[in-house]
Design a protein around this ligand. Structure first.
Ligand code: NAD
Length: 459
């Protein structure tokens, strides 16, 4: 589905008109293309006094082909190794050294001079210590304050710039650096085009760096449910591009579309209705016989059956809860019980911002999608011992058949009420799930990452 308004605005004539009338101005977002550099310009790396992450982050940037310019506090905050009028691809700030509220001034000192120095679709990443790991209440207070800064920058900078806060565990060791690397590479790249205003927690789970960061899923066996079209089909393509062997699953009625996706990516197809009796056991049998394991399970299949609660019949309620939530539980249970998900495995579920904000006419859907968040919260700690991560993405307005059915006025509101003034594309959700699935992302668990362009809903 195309956003005609965005296409018009991005044309020369449209741009002038929109500026004159003060209408929403959706920028063209930078999206990942395999041969592109990580960033459209150099990165500026700053750190609060006593920060613990500037050095590892500098190493990570250099390994990714980005030579960071640094702010030298001894020189009064001047940029070393870059012109003052350089246009940066990213501003990265290690705020872990901030131990009380008076230290927050260092954020202003770093960001204020460069607030207009970012490229379109540039990146802002602030690194902090999880407040619950801080040594004193004052430090925890200051670290919690970082959320307000990053979320506001996401709303303020415009032109497709994204801003995120990464809370990196203080129990640091070498494993953390790999996970931080995966997360930074994702957040700085065009893969995170429609992810903004997020708080991401990076812990200490097992993480394995890939041989080639362009193929971060090499050799992984991945299952994607609901892959005949929409987000699932985009996901299958992204995961295969990144090196995975992909098993796509959808209902038998979507068999032709599913086969086309499988053929296109050199994957295999399973026609199965997830609500059928014994579906989970049949799926487990198939995976065991064909691959002997499944490294990554992506629960993407989902349906809507919208009605206000007063008008909703019980069937609509049951179907939505069963497809969107209970089927995920049944599959997880069987795959885990039969130990088909090995150490280093990943479970990624698709939630929705409706599960965070609630939505009129979607009590069933929002209940199921909030349940998916509950599943992540409860399973992630339980599976940490087995080295399996569990995360969810919560898409906002994504241009698919599902959203094409929304009445025009509501559709336009959904598209524009976010920091990007446009809907996301299926590939944006796919890239985010891809990052959570990487073997290098092992310390990212228990997160719910919104792919919503920083939608105002539930913010
Ligand atoms: P879609 O309707 O285009 O695709 C969903 C797929 O799931 C379809 O191919 C469908 O056949 C399959 N499916 C449905 N029931 C199934 C069952 N019982 N067994 C096996 N497969 C089944 O939807 P989409 O927009 O691509 O959505 C994908 C996921 O993203 C869903 O979980 C949806 O709730 C979620 N989501 C979408 C948006 C959006 O804006 N499009 C926003 C938030 C969340």
């Amino acid at each position: 589905m195309t956003d005609r308004y965005a296409s018009f605005v991005q044309s020369g004539a449209g741009r002038a008109l929109v500026k004159r009338l003060g209408l929403p101005d959706p920028p063209r977002l930078r999206r990942h293309r395999p041969d592109d550099p990580l960033l459209p310009g150099p990165a500026l790396l700053g750190a609060a006094t006593g920060g613990r992450l500037a050095e590892p982050v500098g190493r990570i940037l250099r390994a990714a082909g980005v030579e960071p310019a640094t702010v030298d506090p001894a020189a009064g905050g001047d940029v070393a190794a870059a012109d003052a009028d350089t246009r940066f691809g990213a501003l990265v700030y290690d705020a872990t050294g901030i131990t009380d509220s008076t230290g927050l001034r260092q954020l202003y000192d770093f960001f204020h001079p460069y607030a207009r120095s970012l490229h379109a679709s540039g990146r802002v990443v602030v690194l902090g210590t999880p407040p619950e790991q801080c040594a004193t209440p004052r430090e925890a207070t200051a670290q919690r304050a970082l959320e307000g800064l990053t979320r506001s920058i996401g709303k303020e900078f415009g032109r497709g710039v994204t801003a995120q806060l990464v809370y990196a565990t203080a129990d640091g060791d070498a494993g953390t650096e790999t996970s931080l690397e995966a997360t930074l590479r994702f957040l700085l790249s065009g893969r995170s085009a429609y992810v903004s205003g997020q708080v991401i927690r990076v812990g200490t789970g097992p993480a394995t760096a890939p041989v080639d960061w362009d193929r971060p899923l090499d050799g992984q066996v991945v299952l994607v449910t609901g892959a005949a079209r929409g987000i699932g089909a985009a996901l299958a393509r992204v995961l295969a591009r990144d090196g995975a062997q992909v098993v796509v699953l959808d209902i038998p009625e979507a068999g032709d579309e599913l086969a086309a996706v499988a053929n296109e990516i050199g994957g295999s197809a399973v026609q199965l209705d997830l609500t059928a009796p014994n579906a989970a056991a049949r799926l487990a049998d198939h995976l065991a016989a064909r691959h002997g394991r499944v490294d990554v399970v992506v629960h993407n299949a989902g349906i809507t059956r919208d009605k206000t609660l007063a008008r909703m019949n019980a069937d609509r309620w049951d179907q939505v809860i069963d497809v969107n939530l209970s089927s995920q539980e049944r599959i997880n249970d069987v795959l885990l019980e039969r130990e088909l998900i090995p150490r280093g495995g990943r479970i990624v579920s698709v939630s929705s911002i409706a599960g965070i904000a609630g939505n009129r006419g979607q009590t069933n859907y929002a209940t199921s999608k909030a349940g998916v968040i509950g599943l992540v919260d409860s399973l992630a700690p339980a599976l940490a011992e087995r080295g399996i991560s569990v995360n969810a993405v919560a898409p906002g307005f994504i241009e698919t058949r599902l959203t094409a059915r929304i009445p025009l006025a509501l559709r336009e509101a959904g598209r524009r009420m976010n920091s990007m003034s446009q809907g996301g594309l299926p590939v944006d959700v796919a890239e985010t799930i891809g990052w959570l699935a990487w073997p290098a992302s092992g310390a990212v668990t228990g997160n719910v990452v919104r792919v919503c362009g920083q939608s105002l809903l539930g913010a």
